[in-house]
Design a protein around this ligand. Structure first.
Ligand SMILES: C=C(O[C@@H]1C=C(C(=O)O)C=C[C@H]1N)C(=O)O
Ligand SMILES: Cc1ncc(COP(=O)(O)O)c(C=O)c1O
Length: 271
C-alpha cells in the first residue's frame, strides 16, 4: 500500500521530525471509497482547526489536492494523514519558521466483525481516565498515550471498545470512537470542551440529526445517566455506528433511533 511524505512516495522521514520527538502534530483517519474520501471536508475542517490552535501553518488547499490525488490512487481503504510541525532541534520551543510535514499512509479497512454493527458491542469499563486540557480538547493530535494505555486494559474479542471517562468521572467517549445516548427520543452526546476527540462522524451525525428535527443535546453526561439511557451507540469515520449492548452491569437493546442513524452513517460513508 502506498505512502507519501510531502507529496512524494516515501517510506521514511527525518529523525528530527517534531511529531516523533514531541507528538507535535495532528492526524486524520480517512475512509476512502471508490477513489474518494466521503467525509473529506469534515476531516479538513477539523485539521484546519487543529492547525489554527497549534499554530501550524498548513496550506489547506494543497492538502485537499494531495488527499484527493492519494485517494484516487488508493481506491478503497484507509488513508491516514499525519501533519507534524516539521523539523526542529532539541527543545520544546516551536522553531520560528517550520515547514509542516505531510505524511500519508494507506491500509485496508479493518476487518471488523459484521456482528458489531448488526448485534452491537460490549464496552470494557476502562480505568484509564482522560486528562482535562481545554487547549487541546477536541483535537485529533498525535499525543495518544491515554488511548494506548486504555486499549491495553483488555485483550481478546469479548469487548470491541472501551468506555472512557475523565478525571471527574464524566462519560466522554470510547477509546477510538465517540459515544451517543438516546433518552426519550432525543440524542445526547458528551461535551468535549475539556478532553476527548471531536470525531468527524460525530459532527456529521449531529448535523444530520438536527436537519431531521431530532433533538440533540451536547452536554456533560454522568455514568449514572449513561446507565439510564434508552439506547447507546458509538461512531467513528471508519465503522460508522456500532450499537452498544452492555457496559458492566447494564444492558441495552439495539434501539430504533440507533438503527435510523446507522443507515444515515452508512450513506455518509458511501457504504
Ligand atoms: C487510531 C487510529 O484512528 C482511530 C481508529 C479507528 C478505528 O480503528 O476504527 C478509526 C478512526 C480513529 N478513531 C489510527 O491509527 O488511525
Ligand atoms: C480518541 C478518539 N475519539 C473519537 C474518534 C472518532 O473520530 P472520527 O469520527 O473522526 O473517526 C477517534 C478516531 O479518530 C479517536 O481516536
Amino acid at each position: 500500500m502506498p505512502s507519501w511524505v510531502d507529496g512524494h512516495p516515501a517510506e521514511s522521514l527525518s529523525i528530527k521530525d517534531r511529531g516523533l520527538a514531541y507528538g507535535d502534530g495532528l492526524f486524520e483517519t480517512i475512509a476512502v471509497r471508490a477513489g474518494r474520501p466521503p467525509l473529506l471536508e469534515y476531516h479538513l475542517a477539523r485539521l484546519a482547526e487543529g492547525c489554527r490552535r497549534l499554530g501550524i501553518a498548513l496550506d489547506l488547499a494543497l492538502m485537499r489536492t494531495e488527499l484527493l490525488a492519494f485517494s484516487a490512487g488508493l481506491g478503497e481503504g484507509v488513508a491516514k494523514l499525519m501533519i507534524t510541525r516539521g523539523e526542529g532541534l532539541r527543545g520544546y520551543a516551536p522553531p520560528p519558521v517550520a515547514l509542516p510535514r505531510r505524511i500519508l499512509q494507506s491500509s485496508a479497512f479493518p476487518a471488523y466483525p459484521e456482528a458489531n454493527a448488526e448485534q452491537g458491542v460490549r464496552l470494557f469499563p476502562c480505568a484509564t481516565r482522560l486528562a482535562e486540557q481545554p487547549l487541546l480538547a477536541g483535537l485529533k493530535h498525535l499525543n495518544r498515550l491515554e488511548q494506548v494505555l486504555a486499549r491495553a486494559e483488555w485483550q481478546g474479542g469479548e469487548f470491541a471498545e472501551g468506555l472512557m471517562r475523565d478525571q471527574s468521572g464524566r462519560v466522554i467517549e470510547a477509546v477510538f470512537s465517540n459515544l451517543f445516548l438516546v433518552r426519550d427520543g432525543g440524542l445526547v452526546t458528551p461535551d468535549l470542551s475539556r478532553c476527548g476527540v471531536a470525531g468527524v462522524m460525530r459532527a456529521a451525525l449531529l448535523g444530520s440529526a438536527r436537519a431531521q428535527g431530532i433533538e440533540v443535546d451536547v452536554r456533560d453526561v454522568s455514568y449514572g445517566e449513561l446507565l439510564q439511557a434508552d439506547e447507546v451507540f458509538l461512531c467513528n469515520s471508519l465503522f460508522g455506528i456500532w450499537p452498544v449492548r452492555s457496559v458492566t452491569e447494564q444492558n441495552w437493546p439495539v434501539g430504533p433511533l440507533t438503527r435510523k442513524l446507522q443507515a444515515i452513517a452508512r450513506d455518509l460513508l458511501d457504504i
